[in-house]
Design a protein around this ligand. Structure first.
Ligand SMILES: Cc1cc2nc3c(=O)[nH]c(=O)nc-3n(C[C@H](O)[C@H](O)[C@H](O)COP(=O)(O)O)c2cc1C
Length: 287
């Protein structure tokens, strides 16, 4: 895409920060340190040039003044508080019936939305579901796919072949069966009575749609944690989506794209008292 991009020679102090920061080398310097632009059509509108310029000399049509905000680094959370957030963030499935305040959902979505994306494509999309029937339909969709798999795996004609072809699949049969049994007893172990779900998706053609969506997920989950909103990754639903060929749930929800991540949310019935250490890090260092 083409943007209007220029450098104000009157105010530019030739600090070279734009030259060093631009990921596609649009900013170049003459021998007399005057900045000029080369191949501006390659601009990915990441805003690094505008963000880094100490004299606000970079003029970019995508970033008018109201989109540019000076950073107050004194307001950054300390490393200690970021580490505490990372360590105490848990998947809390004990949801209360209390609805999540709308302003909290807005903040969670905004945190997800500002996550980095490959080539700064910013194509990650979100669907927020708070309708109770729609939320239960996610569990029903998942159970439907899982029960279909169980029927196939236990089909006496197919079983001898499938057991050889995909022995691991049989490990899941007891889980799939018990999820249905529990659901029939009124215990939904898929959505766990979440009061909201955020489905994260991207256009089919986006090569990094999965990575981008899951980075968005993690930003959103940390924001949820900081607000005292509980969440867990909707892995069963996601796995059913994949088993069904990828498109079925998206179609049911009216989503144009591929679902790559999903979050179940609710206000907690209670929060964790302790955080527990994870396994020791497995790290190889090459120096
Ligand atoms: C890809 C993925 C899929 C998951 N799927 C589910 C799920 O379907 N249901 C659930 O209750 N938790 C799910 N979880 C949560 C994990 O069980 C949880 O992250 C793990 O037990 C560690 O606990 P913690 O998140 O509290 O640190 C999933 C997590 C990930 C990363």
């Amino acid at each position: 895409m083409r943007y209007d991009l220029s450098v104000d020679a009157q105010t530019c102090i030739s600090c070279m920060k734009c030259v060093r920061i631009c990921p596609v080398h649009i900013f170049q310097a003459n021998t007399d340190k005057k900045i000029y632009l080369q191949n501006p059509e390659y601009c990915i509108a990441c805003g690094h040039c505008v963000g880094v310029c100490p004299t606000d000399s970079v003029v970019h049509s995508e970033f008018p003044a109201d989109k540019v905000h000076e950073i107050d680094y004194t307001k950054m959370p300390s490393a200690e508080s970021v580490m505490l957030l990372c360590k105490e963030r848990r998947s809390n499935r004990a949801f209360s019936k209390k609805p999540i305040p709308k302003e909290y959902l807005d903040l969670i979505l905004e945190a997800g939305h500002v996550a980095p994306t490959a080539s700064n494509k910013q194509e990650v999309k979100f669907m927020l579901i708070t309708n109770p029937e729609r939320l239960i339909s996610l569990s029903k969709f998942t159970l439907d796919i899982f029960q279909g798999a169980v029927r196939k795996l236990e089909n006496p004609l197919l079983k001898p072949v499938l057991k050889k072809l995909m022995p691991d699949a049989y490990k899941y049969v007891p889980t799939f069966k018990s999820l249905q049994e529990e659901f029939d007893k009124g215990n939904d172990m898929i959505m766990r009575n979440a009061t909201a779900a955020i489905i994260i998706y991207a256009p089919k053609a986006n090569r990094f749609g999965c990575e981008d969506s899951n980075l968005a997920y993690q930003n959103a989950s940390l924001m949820a944690e900081s607000l005292g909103v509980s969440q867990f990754y909707m892995g069963f639903v996601y796995s059913a989506t994949k088993q069904s060929g990828g498109d079925r749930l998206a179609k049911e929800l009216g989503i144009d794209g591929t679902i790559h991540a999903a979050m179940a949310l609710g206000m907690p019935s209670f929060r964790f008292k302790n955080y527990i250490d994870k396994k020791p890090i497995d790290l190889i260092t090459i120096e």
